[in-house]
Design a protein around this ligand. Structure first.
Ligand SMILES: [Mg+2]
Length: 153
């Protein structure tokens, strides 16, 4: 089973950092363009442990699928650095930086947006992270384990 996991507000806490910067410096409408912004994001609760658990599962291929901030070239390199910081170098082979998520082939996309970057035409199932059906990583892991057991039946 191929699983794609979004970064901002799924693996890393983008929104809290934006809010923090805007409180400190309300005159800058785009704190995400500051050097170091993307690399400094804190992980979402349970995200790192969940990814490590999935990576150990031989029935699962885990990819990180993130749309870049195209006006901010630093976002590309800092997302790559974040992945190495948090998961080690090997995981960078499974990082896909792509503005059109619907082009990818796979079974499950875990994303906090259901549309806008091709999520709406993704061929597999969307786990809409942050919604009532999929509020946190504990729920995601439960849903994935049901998908895996129904796949093997
Ligand atoms: Mg996101």
């Amino acid at each position: 089973m191929k699983i794609y996991i979004d970064m901002d507000d799924v693996l890393c806490d983008y929104s809290s950092k934006i809010k923090e910067h805007k409180q400190k410096n309300p005159d800058n409408p785009f704190p995400q363009s500051l050097p170091g912004f993307f690399r400094s994001l804190a992980p979402m609760d349970g995200a790192l442990a969940a990814v490590e658990q999935l990576r150990k599962n031989t029935n699962v291929e885990v990819y990180i699928l993130t749309a870049p901030s195209t006006k901010n070239p630093l976002s590309y390199s800092e997302k790559r650095l974040w992945v190495e910081d948090k998961f080690g170098y090997e995981m960078t082979h499974n990082l896909i930086i792509c503005s059109h998520k619907g082009l990818l082939k796979g079974d499950i996309l875990i994303d906090d947006h259901a549309s806008g970057r091709g999520q709406e035409i993704f061929e597999g199932k969307l786990f809409h992270f942050g919604t009532i059906e999929c509020p946190d990583w504990e729920t995601v892991l439960g849903k994935l384990s049901s998908e895996l057991s129904s796949n093997s039946n």
